[in-house]
Design a protein around this ligand. Structure first.
Ligand code: KG4
Ligand code: ZN
Length: 341
């Protein structure tokens, strides 16, 4: 079947069409037919971060056009679509509502099932699209602008939380320091590149890996320590070596994430690790986890960069599993800013 996935939780409007089917042996095939993304990054860059009202308005302008572009790219018409999946939570409420209302209208007009999708589950579902062999159970590390969590994925619909951040997310931590040292928003990708030019041991920073039984994270102390270094240098009339800071900051984050992820693998006994979310695009983190998993003979799956950031294909894939389980929404469907609906 063809499933349309709509994503509008933050600063990307995306519509995608994914073809997914499950045969009598339970083998699930998956193919991305179109994955159109209208990014608002240039607009928000002017303000150094996402402005929710502007995001909502830009989604309204893009959502219909991007959906028809997805149909054109896939060589399909709306009558070929078997279900509409939409991100309903978590995210910016005004932004989410645009996708939800559009999806509701489309499902109602076409008389096809409407499916509510959790954005975090959608990030994880991107991994099914990148690896046709991937099947639960596996451990999932979700690292994005808003989340840093470890889940045991028992089956396609069951996520058991293992650990998470007590405060900020890894993406927020990258973006904040990126902004303070003058990198364009969002700072994550820019710091990733700059880190190659610096010394990762130039500055000693507190680890985001919390001590204790739970492999939890905390990024606020690390962020404050980096800010203090930057401000301290400015007060002395100096400018901090940005490349050294990017390298040390990145190395500290990567080391902390790898440490807690390895602890969670040990706790759960999982033999497969999936990494997903915007920060999964970080090249240092990708290579560190590839190496750490290789040493422990754990299969490591992470989507290509095009499926790490927000996109409709991951929403369609997550929606397919709910469709298969008969979990349909109706026209009373709402959106929620919170992790749970
Ligand atoms: O998943 P995503 O697109 O949106 C949320 O659901 O939050 O993630 C966006 C985050 C931003 O914080 C951005 O800076 C970060 O992903 N990001 C990166 C890289 N590319 C994007 N962080 C580190 N290294 C990157 N290469
Ligand atoms: Zn996201």
């Amino acid at each position: 079947m063809y499933i349309l996935g709509l994503e509008s939780s933050c600063d990307e409007t995306s519509a995608a069409i994914v073809r997914m089917d499950t045969d009598e042996n339970g083998v699930c095939t998956r193919e991305i037919c179109a994955n159109m993304i209208a990014s608002q990054i240039e607009t928000h860059r002017l303000y150094g971060g996402v402005v929710p009202e502007i995001a909502g308005r830009a989604h309204i302008e893009a959502v219909s056009r991007i959906t028809y572009e997805a149909l054109d790219t896939a060589g399909l018409t709306i009558r070929d679509i078997g279900a509409v999946a939409v991100t309903t939570h978590p995210g910016l409420i005004g932004a989410l509502l645009v996708g939800v209302n559009f999806a509701k209208s489309l499902a109602f007009a076409q008389n096809i099932p409407l499916i509510s999708v959790n954005h975090i589950h959608a990030h994880v579902a991107a991994a099914y699209l990148s690896d046709p062999e991937l099947k639960p159970p596996f451990l999932a590390l979700v690292v994005s602008g808003g989340h840093t969590q470890l889940y045991m994925v028992e089956d396609e619909l069951t996520f058991r939380i293992i650990a998470g951040t007590r405060d900020d997310a890894a993406g927020e931590a990258f973006d904040k320091i990126g902004r303070v040292i003058g990198m364009p928003y969002p700072g994550g990708a820019a710091l990733d590149k700059l880190a190659y030019e610096g010394n990762p041991t130039a500055f000693s920073l507190p680890s985001p890996a919390l001590a204790g039984e739970q492999p939890d994270f905390s990024f606020s102390g690390l962020k404050t320590a980096a800010l203090n270094l930057i401000n301290g240098a400015r007060q002395r009339g100096e400018e901090i070596n940005r490349a050294d800071l990017a390298a040390s900051y990145t190395a500290t984050i990567v080391h902390g994430i790898v440490k807690q992820t390895m602890a969670a693998l040990k706790m759960t006994g999982a033999k497969t690790l999936v990494m997903a979310g915007g920060v999964a695009a970080n090249s240092h983190l990708r290579s560190a986890l590839t190496e750490a998993c290789g040493r422990r003979r754990v299969k490591f799956v992470t989507p290509p960069l095009s499926l790490c950031g927000d996109n409709g294909a991951m929403v369609a894939a997550a929606g397919y599993f709910r469709y298969r389980a008969g979990l349909f929404a109706d026209t009373a469907l709402n959106a929620s800013a919170a992790d749970e609906m």
